[in-house]
Design a protein around this ligand. Sequence first.
Ligand code: AMP
Ligand code: MG
Length: 346
Amino acid sequence: MKTEVLQINSPTECAAALARAAAVLKKGGLVVFPTETVYGIGGIATSAEAAHAIYEAKGRPSDNPLIVHIANPREAEQYAVTNDTYYRLAAQFMPGPLTIILPKRNTVPDAVTGGLPTVALRVPAHPVAAALIRAVGEGIAAPSANLSGRPSPTTAAHVIGDLSGRVDMIIDGGECEVGLESTIISLDGDVATLLRPGAITADALACVCAEVKIASAVTELPGENERPLSPGMKYRHYAPRAALTLLNGAETEVTTYLKSLVGNKAVGILCYDEEIPLLQGAATLFPIGSRTDLETQAKRLFSLLREADNHPDCTMLFAHLPPREGLGLALYNRLIRAAAHTIQNV
Ligand code: AMP
Ligand code: MG
């Protein structure tokens, strides 16, 4: 299949290109589009065939369900059974990087939800994503636009590397603002369970929900026979080629430990910007942002994991263990999974 790459930065200036992308989707084709979190690989949400095509293009197990992207919170009525808490959360956080799991309606094929009786819904804030959904006139089912097991793509170049020849169209809308996938929650009345941490933090959700529980798989390795609340939790995601170790300890101790590694050219370090002058040597540095700037760290993480994968010498990777508060919890969750829970205390 030949993949067409379209540049769309402003939906108003590129209405004709968007109409073409919408036509591809309506015919059952696959279009990759930018969102504020990461790039998504989209197909029509009501089509089982499109869902199968997405799983095939990604090489994704078909029991790992897709998120349905809608243009405004009310459109959830077409696909799910909503409730008051959903609308209170929507008023606060939609459009934005929040995905809510609700009981599904029959309009959503089982292929989209991996056979689950629930559906994941999100209203993306990215103007190109929003305009594409409006142009199609119905929901778009879209997981992250990476090959299964690779880090989620935050630029069109990442997508082209993974999916060129496997999808009909890729819309290049520049770099994604957030860089980590959406926060996912399920609801039981007005109690939320955080299934995947993202830019909408547990503290922010607690301002609307009576309680926010954090699923154990967010921070812990799931037990051998445990059935995770979100199927995606059981897969080893975001795995770099190099063995990744997360370093836990006082900042000065961790920096001292990192200094001891810099003579080795097989070592790569996801270091803080402040550490760059301290860590000059044979090791390869992948600066992730300032120590306290979690937004920049989130934005750069997946891109750096891909850079490390492309680096010929780098077979051992080290990174700081992020704090578990705020946006740090999302970084923690992605990094412990990339590291297969390898944490070293220093
Ligand atoms: P991705 O967009 O690639 O991050 O994948 C979507 C994520 O949403 C996966 O981790 C899924 O497991 C999760 N997900 C989608 N639908 C549901 C659902 N109905 N219940 C729980 N998790 C879901
Ligand atoms: Mg994904």
